[in-house]
Each structure stands twice: as structure tokens, then as C-alpha cells.
Design a protein around this ligand. Structure first.
Ligand SMILES: [Zn+2]
Ligand SMILES: [Zn+2]
Length: 356
């Protein structure tokens, strides 16, 4: 009984931010449609314009939010997973070099370019699989997620942002920002009326006052977030990759998957312009294999020796959370584990110099 109660409590906590955001949106609907557009707007024309413009924006905003939350995480295909025999064989091997060779042989047939600092396949010992390019293990979801961007506990509860929903997430941010801007601008006149003593009376004026404040507050916070993800999209980086560059045969390269701004945009939003602004899945590829600057067409020469990269492993920022198990290759030795997981005591500064 107790565990069931605990599970329900955990679920309630996990979903609390979604409930909170949904409640804010629900209240804003009442405040805008009923209190402002219907009861307060000065003329019939104004009422109609407010209502006609408001609803499509709200619809796209809610639709993209829904898609972001409920899109199903995509995990590596079965050929990336070791069989029971292969796993037992690997685990029974005590010589580290032999373990590495076994892993390398297993990955030789897989379409991967990214590797660890020592040049071996990235491996998840929790899922017992070789990680496809750009894939990371999320310790919140307990799975490896294709092209994982981040696990966001606020806007996207119970779901990672990754290949399966990155387009939805960017659209959600964009429409949420548009919603805030529209509500703030259209309520500005009535907000000013409030201070000059005119306009709505009673409770209605407080709804409009708070509506304006909430729209401005959320709008300001969304500008930087939306701008950042547009930047990442046109540079073909995930949030994780912007903090720590993926490693290729030639070394670490944070722009390794960048194919030019337009191609990068199309990779996420698809090549049909009519679908760019709709939260339907149009991202290109399978989420497993990616063209890169080294290999613009998808042909793979997988593992080889990787020279020690220039010490520029990203944007010089230590990733702030541990929701992501960044390539926890337990079989591959402590040095490699350090380089893959990051280290709490050692970081790279923005000049790429290792510092304690
Ligand atoms: Zn995993
Ligand atoms: Zn997750």
C-alpha cells in the first residue's frame, strides 16, 4: 500500500509544473476572453479582433505544448544493444584492453561517428547498449534518448527533449512567447486605463492588471530561452553538445554536425515549408545516424584511433545538473570515464586550459 502511495505522490510532484502552467493558461483564458475582450473592450470591433486573433495563437501554443509533453521518447534500435551472451562475455573479461576490443568489434557494424576521448564507442552500462551519435542516457527517464537535448523539469515534465520532440519544444517556446507578446500588447491600453482610474471596474480590473504582469514576466523569460534554442537549431547543436562538444575521429568539435544554417534548420523542421510552424513531426532522419562536416553524406567508417582533441570541449561551461549520465562507460577505465562524464573537480576554462 505504502509504495503505491509513494508512487502516486511522486507522480503528483512530477506533474505539478504541468498542472501549474495549465492553470496559468486556463486563468489567462478567462481573464483575457471574459474579463477583457467581452466585458471591458470598448467597441464591438475591438472585441471581435481580440477574440479572432487570440484563439489561433492559443490553439498553436497549447497544441505544441501537448506534443512536447506527450511525444514518446525514442531510444536506440535493438542492434545497438548487446545480447545477454555478449554482455556476460564482456563482464566476465577482466582485461580492460580485451573489453575495449570486444566493444569495438561490436560497434564496428554500427553507424556511429562519436566516440569517447580514447576513440572507443560510447557505451551505456545501464542500458547495456552502444550509444548512437548524439544519444545520451537520461537518469530521470532511465533510458538512452536519441539526440537528447535536455530533461526539463519545468515545461516538459515526464519527458525528455530530444529527437522525438525538439521541433515541438522550439515551437512551444515560440508560440508561448507570441502568446505573451500578444496578450501584453492588447491589454496594454486597459492596463494604462487601470492606473488612470478608467476602464474595467471591480474584480475585472485586477484580472487585467495581473494578466499584463504575468504576460510580461513570462515573455521576458521566454525571449532568451527561445533565442538560445533558435541559435542551437541553426548551429545544429543540442544543449548538451553546446556544453561539451561531441568527439569525432578528428577530435572534439562542437560544430561537427553543422551542415549550414538552412540545412540545420531543415534537419529539425523538415523540408516542407507548410509544416514548419505546425507541431507535427517533420524532423529529418531516423535520430540514429547523422550527416556531419566530416561525412556530409551518411557513410560511416566507424572506430579508429582518435587523436587527443584540442582542449576545447564545448562552450567552456560546466553542465549544471546531473540528470544526464554523460556516457558512463564503466568498462573503459577511469581516465576515459572522467573525460566522458565530466569531473566535479576539474573543468575546462573558456580558453580550453584544464584547471583544477
Ligand atoms: Zn542508457
Ligand atoms: Zn529524461
Amino acid at each position: 500500500m505504502a509504495p503505491r502511495v509513494c508512487i502516486l505522490c511522486c507522480q503528483a510532484v512530477k506533474w505539478a509544473p504541468v498542472v501549474f502552467i495549465s492553470a496559468i493558461v486556463g486563468w489567462s483564458y478567462y481573464a483575457y476572453v471574459v474579463q477583457m475582450a467581452i466585458l471591458t473592450a470598448d467597441t464591438l470591433v475591438e472585441k471581435v479582433i481580440f477574440l479572432v486573433l487570440y484563439h489561433p495563437i492559443l490553439f498553436l501554443f497549447v497544441w505544441s505544448y501537448y506534443q512536447t509533453i506527450f511525444a514518446k521518447c525514442r531510444t536506440p534500435p535493438k542492434e545497438f544493444f548487446l545480447s545477454q551472451n555478449e554482455w556476460q562475455h564482456l563482464e566476465a573479461e577482466t582485461n580492460e584492453n580485451n573489453q575495449k576490443d570486444q566493444l569495438n568489434n561490436f560497434a564496428r557494424k554500427l553507424p556511429i561517428q562519436n566516440r569517447t576521448i580514447a576513440g572507443f564507442p560510447r557505451y551505456c552500462e545501464k542500458c547495456k547498449c552502444v550509444k548512437p551519435d548524439r544519444c545520451h542516457h537520461c537518469s530521470v527517464c532511465s533510458v538512452c534518448v536519441l539526440k537528447m537535448d535536455h530533461h526539463c523539469p519545468w515545461y516538459v515534465v515526464n519527458n525528455c527533449v530530444g529527437f522525438h520532440n525538439y521541433k515541438f519544444f522550439v515551437l512551444f517556446l515560440g508560440y508561448a512567447l507570441l502568446y505573451c507578446i500578444y496578450v501584453a500588447l492588447s491589454s496594454l491600453k486597459y492596463f494604462i486605463n487601470f492606473w488612470s482610474g478608467g476602464g474595467a471596474t471591480g474584480v475585472g480590473r485586477f484580472h487585467i492588471l495581473f494578466l499584463f504582469f504575468v504576460a510580461v514576466m513570462f515573455g521576458i523569460s521566454l525571449i532568451s530561452l527561445f533565442g538560445y534554442h533558435i541559435f542551437l537549431t541553426v548551429h545544429n547543436r543540442s544543449t548538451l553538445e553546446s556544453f561539451r562538444a561531441p568527439i569525432f575521429q578528428t577530435g572534439a568539435d562542437k560544430d561537427g554536425f553543422s551542415l549550414g544554417s538552412r540545412a540545420n534548420f531543415v534537419e529539425v523542421f523538415g523540408d516542407q515549408k507548410s509544416h514548419w510552424f505546425l507541431p507535427v513531426f517533420t524532423s529529418q532522419g531516423d535520430g540514429v545516424s547523422y550527416a556531419s562536416r566530416l561525412q556530409p553524406t551518411i557513410t560511416y567508417n566507424t572506430m579508429g584511433t582518435t587523436p587527443r582533441p584540442e582542449p576545447n570541449l564545448g562552450d567552456g561551461v560546466t553542465y549544471p545538473t546531473r540528470t544526464v549520465d554523460l556516457d558512463s562507460d564503466g568498462l573503459l577505465g577511469q581516465r576515459q570515464r572522467w573525460m566522458e562524464e565530466g569531473d566535479n573537480e576539474s573543468t575546462y576554462d573558456n580558453k580550453g586550459i584544464e584547471s583544477a
